[in-house]
Write a protein that binds this ligand. Structure first.
Ligand code: PBG
Length: 325
Protein backbone atom coordinates (compact mmCIF):
# COMPACT_ATOMS: atom_id res chain seq x y z
CA UNK A 1 0.00 0.00 0.00
CA UNK A 2 1.44 3.39 -0.96
CA UNK A 3 -1.37 5.59 0.31
CA UNK A 4 -2.05 5.14 3.99
CA UNK A 5 -4.29 7.85 5.53
CA UNK A 6 -3.42 6.57 9.01
CA UNK A 7 0.19 7.79 8.57
CA UNK A 8 -1.00 11.32 9.43
CA UNK A 9 -2.90 10.16 12.49
CA UNK A 10 -0.18 8.40 14.41
CA UNK A 11 1.20 11.30 16.45
CA UNK A 12 -0.53 14.10 18.35
CA UNK A 13 1.85 16.80 17.08
CA UNK A 14 1.33 15.65 13.55
CA UNK A 15 -2.44 15.46 13.90
CA UNK A 16 -2.45 19.05 15.08
CA UNK A 17 -0.02 20.14 12.37
CA UNK A 18 -2.37 19.04 9.60
CA UNK A 19 -5.59 20.19 11.22
CA UNK A 20 -7.97 21.84 8.78
CA UNK A 21 -10.06 23.74 11.30
CA UNK A 22 -8.54 26.00 13.95
CA UNK A 23 -10.63 27.46 16.70
CA UNK A 24 -9.90 30.42 18.88
CA UNK A 25 -11.56 32.04 21.89
CA UNK A 26 -11.82 35.36 20.09
CA UNK A 27 -14.54 33.84 17.86
CA UNK A 28 -16.88 33.17 20.76
CA UNK A 29 -19.88 35.26 21.77
CA UNK A 30 -21.69 34.51 25.02
CA UNK A 31 -25.45 35.28 25.26
CA UNK A 32 -26.54 36.65 28.63
CA UNK A 33 -29.97 37.56 30.05
CA UNK A 34 -30.61 40.75 31.99
CA UNK A 35 -33.81 41.19 33.95
CA UNK A 36 -35.50 44.17 35.58
CA UNK A 37 -35.22 44.18 39.37
CA UNK A 38 -32.37 44.07 41.88
CA UNK A 39 -30.37 41.36 43.59
CA UNK A 40 -31.38 38.76 40.99
CA UNK A 41 -29.25 35.86 39.86
CA UNK A 42 -31.70 33.10 39.07
CA UNK A 43 -31.04 29.93 37.17
CA UNK A 44 -33.17 29.37 34.08
CA UNK A 45 -35.24 26.25 34.60
CA UNK A 46 -34.81 24.81 31.11
CA UNK A 47 -31.22 25.99 30.69
CA UNK A 48 -29.31 24.57 33.62
CA UNK A 49 -26.17 26.61 34.30
CA UNK A 50 -27.54 29.77 32.64
CA UNK A 51 -28.83 32.70 34.68
CA UNK A 52 -30.94 35.81 34.54
CA UNK A 53 -29.14 38.73 36.18
CA UNK A 54 -30.52 42.03 37.36
CA UNK A 55 -28.43 45.02 36.27
CA UNK A 56 -26.69 45.28 39.66
CA UNK A 57 -25.70 41.58 39.53
CA UNK A 58 -24.68 41.58 35.88
CA UNK A 59 -21.05 42.48 36.64
CA UNK A 60 -20.70 39.10 38.42
CA UNK A 61 -21.81 37.35 35.25
CA UNK A 62 -19.51 39.48 33.12
CA UNK A 63 -16.59 38.79 35.41
CA UNK A 64 -16.99 35.06 34.75
CA UNK A 65 -17.01 35.76 31.03
CA UNK A 66 -13.84 37.81 31.33
CA UNK A 67 -12.13 35.19 33.48
CA UNK A 68 -12.91 32.50 30.92
CA UNK A 69 -11.18 34.60 28.29
CA UNK A 70 -14.33 35.28 26.26
CA UNK A 71 -14.39 38.86 25.02
CA UNK A 72 -17.84 39.35 23.47
CA UNK A 73 -21.34 39.07 24.83
CA UNK A 74 -24.84 39.29 23.40
CA UNK A 75 -27.33 40.93 25.75
CA UNK A 76 -31.00 39.98 25.99
CA UNK A 77 -33.43 42.02 28.07
CA UNK A 78 -36.34 40.85 30.19
CA UNK A 79 -38.44 43.87 31.19
CA UNK A 80 -40.79 43.96 34.19
CA UNK A 81 -43.42 45.68 32.11
CA UNK A 82 -44.61 44.50 28.70
CA UNK A 83 -47.17 46.28 26.54
CA UNK A 84 -48.49 46.22 23.00
CA UNK A 85 -46.10 49.00 21.93
CA UNK A 86 -42.98 47.28 23.35
CA UNK A 87 -42.24 50.59 25.06
CA UNK A 88 -39.49 49.17 27.27
CA UNK A 89 -37.52 48.10 24.19
CA UNK A 90 -36.53 51.68 23.34
CA UNK A 91 -36.84 53.40 26.74
CA UNK A 92 -33.58 55.07 27.75
CA UNK A 93 -34.13 53.56 31.18
CA UNK A 94 -35.09 50.14 29.87
CA UNK A 95 -33.31 47.09 31.20
CA UNK A 96 -30.88 46.77 28.29
CA UNK A 97 -30.06 50.46 28.22
CA UNK A 98 -29.27 50.44 31.95
CA UNK A 99 -27.38 47.16 31.61
CA UNK A 100 -25.21 48.63 28.86
CA UNK A 101 -24.33 51.71 30.88
CA UNK A 102 -23.44 49.58 33.90
CA UNK A 103 -21.52 46.98 31.91
CA UNK A 104 -19.52 49.53 29.92
CA UNK A 105 -18.55 51.16 33.18
CA UNK A 106 -17.48 47.98 34.98
CA UNK A 107 -16.01 45.98 32.09
CA UNK A 108 -15.24 48.40 29.26
CA UNK A 109 -12.85 45.89 27.71
CA UNK A 110 -15.69 43.51 26.75
CA UNK A 111 -17.50 43.90 23.42
CA UNK A 112 -21.25 44.38 23.75
CA UNK A 113 -23.71 43.21 21.11
CA UNK A 114 -27.43 43.67 21.73
CA UNK A 115 -30.28 41.57 20.43
CA UNK A 116 -32.76 43.90 18.75
CA UNK A 117 -36.23 42.39 18.79
CA UNK A 118 -39.60 43.15 20.33
CA UNK A 119 -40.84 39.74 21.48
CA UNK A 120 -39.41 40.12 24.98
CA UNK A 121 -41.13 43.52 25.29
CA UNK A 122 -44.57 42.99 23.78
CA UNK A 123 -47.48 41.79 25.90
CA UNK A 124 -48.46 39.40 23.09
CA UNK A 125 -44.94 37.99 22.65
CA UNK A 126 -44.72 38.57 18.89
CA UNK A 127 -41.62 40.14 17.37
CA UNK A 128 -43.45 43.14 15.90
CA UNK A 129 -46.42 45.48 16.09
CA UNK A 130 -49.78 43.83 15.64
CA UNK A 131 -52.50 44.82 13.24
CA UNK A 132 -55.40 42.59 14.32
CA UNK A 133 -53.74 39.21 14.71
CA UNK A 134 -51.12 39.87 12.04
CA UNK A 135 -47.60 41.13 12.67
CA UNK A 136 -47.37 44.35 10.68
CA UNK A 137 -44.03 44.64 8.94
CA UNK A 138 -43.71 48.31 8.12
CA UNK A 139 -44.93 49.85 11.36
CA UNK A 140 -42.51 47.53 13.19
CA UNK A 141 -39.50 48.94 11.33
CA UNK A 142 -39.71 52.31 13.07
CA UNK A 143 -39.84 50.66 16.47
CA UNK A 144 -36.87 48.41 15.70
CA UNK A 145 -34.84 51.35 14.41
CA UNK A 146 -35.66 53.33 17.57
CA UNK A 147 -34.67 50.36 19.71
CA UNK A 148 -31.35 49.93 17.92
CA UNK A 149 -30.65 53.65 18.26
CA UNK A 150 -31.39 53.59 21.99
CA UNK A 151 -28.95 50.68 22.37
CA UNK A 152 -26.25 52.57 20.49
CA UNK A 153 -26.87 55.66 22.63
CA UNK A 154 -26.52 53.54 25.78
CA UNK A 155 -23.17 52.19 24.58
CA UNK A 156 -23.80 49.07 22.47
CA UNK A 157 -20.81 48.21 20.29
CA UNK A 158 -22.95 46.33 17.76
CA UNK A 159 -26.65 45.68 17.23
CA UNK A 160 -28.17 42.40 16.11
CA UNK A 161 -31.75 42.44 14.80
CA UNK A 162 -33.45 39.06 15.24
CA UNK A 163 -37.04 39.95 14.41
CA UNK A 164 -37.08 38.84 10.73
CA UNK A 165 -39.10 41.81 9.44
CA UNK A 166 -38.41 42.71 5.82
CA UNK A 167 -36.28 45.82 5.41
CA UNK A 168 -35.21 46.08 9.02
CA UNK A 169 -31.49 46.21 8.34
CA UNK A 170 -31.97 49.20 6.03
CA UNK A 171 -34.24 50.93 8.54
CA UNK A 172 -31.76 50.42 11.38
CA UNK A 173 -28.74 51.43 9.26
CA UNK A 174 -30.48 54.65 8.22
CA UNK A 175 -31.51 55.58 11.75
CA UNK A 176 -28.05 54.87 13.15
CA UNK A 177 -26.35 56.86 10.38
CA UNK A 178 -28.65 59.85 10.83
CA UNK A 179 -27.61 59.95 14.48
CA UNK A 180 -23.85 59.73 14.06
CA UNK A 181 -23.62 56.01 14.70
CA UNK A 182 -22.37 55.09 11.26
CA UNK A 183 -19.51 53.11 12.85
CA UNK A 184 -21.80 50.74 14.75
CA UNK A 185 -21.94 47.42 12.86
CA UNK A 186 -25.10 45.41 12.32
CA UNK A 187 -25.02 41.66 12.76
CA UNK A 188 -28.16 40.46 11.03
CA UNK A 189 -29.93 37.32 12.11
CA UNK A 190 -30.43 37.02 8.34
CA UNK A 191 -31.22 33.33 8.12
CA UNK A 192 -33.38 32.62 11.10
CA UNK A 193 -35.67 29.64 10.98
CA UNK A 194 -38.99 29.14 12.75
CA UNK A 195 -37.58 26.53 15.09
CA UNK A 196 -38.58 24.31 17.96
CA UNK A 197 -35.06 24.78 19.27
CA UNK A 198 -35.96 28.20 20.74
CA UNK A 199 -38.34 26.78 23.35
CA UNK A 200 -36.03 27.08 26.39
CA UNK A 201 -35.16 30.67 25.42
CA UNK A 202 -38.83 31.63 25.38
CA UNK A 203 -39.09 30.23 28.86
CA UNK A 204 -35.95 32.16 29.86
CA UNK A 205 -37.15 35.44 28.36
CA UNK A 206 -40.86 34.87 28.95
CA UNK A 207 -41.40 35.64 25.28
CA UNK A 208 -43.54 32.82 23.91
CA UNK A 209 -46.23 34.24 21.58
CA UNK A 210 -49.60 34.45 23.33
CA UNK A 211 -51.32 33.15 20.19
CA UNK A 212 -50.23 31.66 16.89
CA UNK A 213 -46.58 31.14 16.03
CA UNK A 214 -43.70 32.93 14.29
CA UNK A 215 -44.00 31.20 10.92
CA UNK A 216 -45.23 34.30 9.10
CA UNK A 217 -41.88 35.99 9.70
CA UNK A 218 -39.25 33.37 10.59
CA UNK A 219 -38.17 31.01 7.81
CA UNK A 220 -39.58 27.63 6.84
CA UNK A 221 -36.94 25.01 7.60
CA UNK A 222 -37.62 23.18 4.35
CA UNK A 223 -35.79 25.98 2.52
CA UNK A 224 -32.14 26.89 2.07
CA UNK A 225 -32.14 28.89 -1.20
CA UNK A 226 -34.54 31.28 0.50
CA UNK A 227 -31.81 31.76 3.10
CA UNK A 228 -29.50 33.03 0.37
CA UNK A 229 -32.22 35.45 -0.73
CA UNK A 230 -32.31 36.82 2.82
CA UNK A 231 -28.51 37.07 2.95
CA UNK A 232 -28.27 39.01 -0.30
CA UNK A 233 -31.04 41.39 0.74
CA UNK A 234 -29.43 42.07 4.10
CA UNK A 235 -26.07 42.59 2.48
CA UNK A 236 -27.60 45.19 0.14
CA UNK A 237 -29.31 46.85 3.09
CA UNK A 238 -26.01 47.27 4.87
CA UNK A 239 -25.55 44.26 7.15
CA UNK A 240 -21.95 43.78 8.30
CA UNK A 241 -22.17 40.21 9.61
CA UNK A 242 -24.61 37.48 8.60
CA UNK A 243 -25.94 35.02 11.13
CA UNK A 244 -27.51 31.60 10.64
CA UNK A 245 -29.72 30.33 13.44
CA UNK A 246 -30.08 27.69 14.85
CA UNK A 247 -26.65 26.21 14.13
CA UNK A 248 -26.42 22.44 14.35
CA UNK A 249 -29.41 21.46 12.25
CA UNK A 250 -28.50 24.09 9.66
CA UNK A 251 -24.83 23.52 8.87
CA UNK A 252 -25.69 22.89 5.22
CA UNK A 253 -27.13 26.39 5.20
CA UNK A 254 -23.94 27.80 6.76
CA UNK A 255 -21.89 26.23 3.96
CA UNK A 256 -24.13 27.77 1.29
CA UNK A 257 -24.25 31.16 2.98
CA UNK A 258 -20.48 31.27 3.16
CA UNK A 259 -20.28 30.72 -0.56
CA UNK A 260 -22.91 33.35 -1.29
CA UNK A 261 -21.40 36.27 0.64
CA UNK A 262 -18.04 37.76 1.51
CA UNK A 263 -19.36 39.11 4.80
CA UNK A 264 -18.28 37.31 7.97
CA UNK A 265 -20.69 34.51 8.87
CA UNK A 266 -21.83 33.69 12.39
CA UNK A 267 -23.95 30.85 13.71
CA UNK A 268 -25.96 30.65 16.92
CA UNK A 269 -26.25 27.40 18.85
CA UNK A 270 -29.56 28.19 20.46
CA UNK A 271 -31.16 27.32 23.76
CA UNK A 272 -32.60 23.99 22.63
CA UNK A 273 -29.22 22.82 21.39
CA UNK A 274 -27.75 23.68 24.78
CA UNK A 275 -30.62 22.07 26.68
CA UNK A 276 -30.37 18.81 24.74
CA UNK A 277 -26.70 18.38 25.56
CA UNK A 278 -27.24 19.36 29.22
CA UNK A 279 -30.13 16.97 29.64
CA UNK A 280 -28.43 13.97 28.07
CA UNK A 281 -25.21 14.70 29.96
CA UNK A 282 -27.19 15.04 33.19
CA UNK A 283 -28.54 11.55 32.62
CA UNK A 284 -25.01 10.28 32.09
CA UNK A 285 -25.86 9.21 28.54
CA UNK A 286 -23.21 11.36 26.82
CA UNK A 287 -20.00 13.04 27.90
CA UNK A 288 -20.75 16.77 27.99
CA UNK A 289 -17.20 17.94 27.36
CA UNK A 290 -16.59 15.82 24.30
CA UNK A 291 -20.00 16.60 22.77
CA UNK A 292 -19.56 20.35 23.33
CA UNK A 293 -16.14 20.25 21.65
CA UNK A 294 -17.29 18.12 18.75
CA UNK A 295 -20.37 20.19 18.01
CA UNK A 296 -18.51 23.50 18.28
CA UNK A 297 -15.79 22.37 15.89
CA UNK A 298 -18.51 21.17 13.50
CA UNK A 299 -19.89 24.70 13.36
CA UNK A 300 -16.43 26.17 12.64
CA UNK A 301 -15.73 23.43 10.10
CA UNK A 302 -18.87 24.49 8.24
CA UNK A 303 -17.19 27.86 7.85
CA UNK A 304 -18.26 30.40 10.46
CA UNK A 305 -16.01 33.18 11.74
CA UNK A 306 -18.04 33.78 14.91
CA UNK A 307 -19.99 31.44 17.13
CA UNK A 308 -22.71 32.33 19.62
CA UNK A 309 -23.15 29.67 22.26
CA UNK A 310 -24.24 29.27 25.86
CA UNK A 311 -21.19 27.01 26.18
CA UNK A 312 -18.78 29.84 25.30
CA UNK A 313 -17.12 29.95 28.74
CA UNK A 314 -16.67 26.17 28.88
CA UNK A 315 -15.39 26.10 25.31
CA UNK A 316 -12.79 28.73 26.11
CA UNK A 317 -11.64 26.47 28.95
CA UNK A 318 -11.48 23.44 26.68
CA UNK A 319 -9.34 25.47 24.29
CA UNK A 320 -7.01 26.35 27.17
CA UNK A 321 -6.82 22.66 28.03
CA UNK A 322 -5.91 21.90 24.42
CA UNK A 323 -8.93 19.64 23.88
CA UNK A 324 -9.70 21.64 20.75
CA UNK A 325 -7.68 24.34 19.13
C1 PBG B 1 -35.74 37.04 19.76
C2 PBG B 1 -34.78 35.91 19.83
C3 PBG B 1 -35.04 34.56 20.04
C4 PBG B 1 -33.78 33.95 20.12
C5 PBG B 1 -32.84 34.92 19.92
N1 PBG B 1 -33.47 36.13 19.71
C6 PBG B 1 -36.30 33.84 20.27
C7 PBG B 1 -37.27 33.62 19.17
O1 PBG B 1 -37.08 34.03 18.04
O2 PBG B 1 -38.31 33.06 19.51
C8 PBG B 1 -33.56 32.49 20.41
C9 PBG B 1 -32.28 32.20 21.13
C10 PBG B 1 -32.22 30.84 21.71
O3 PBG B 1 -33.13 30.00 21.57
O4 PBG B 1 -31.21 30.58 22.36
N2 PBG B 1 -36.57 37.03 18.67
Amino acid sequence: MIKRPRRLRGNENLRKMVRETRVDKSSLIYPIFVKDGTGIREEIFSMEGQYRYSVDQLPHGLEEVMKAGVSSVMLFGIPAHKDDRASQAYDQNGVIQRALREAKKTFPELYYITDVCLCEYTSHGHCGMLCGHEVDNDSTLKVLAGTALSHAEAGADMVAPSDMMDGRVAAIRKRLDENDFSEIPIMSYAVKYASGFYAPFRDAADSAPAFGNRRSYQMDYHNSREGIKEVLLDEEEGADIIMVKPALSYLDVVVKVREATNLPVAAYSVSGEYAMIKAAAGKGWIDEKSIVCETAVAVFRAGVQSYLTYYAKELAGYMDEGLIG
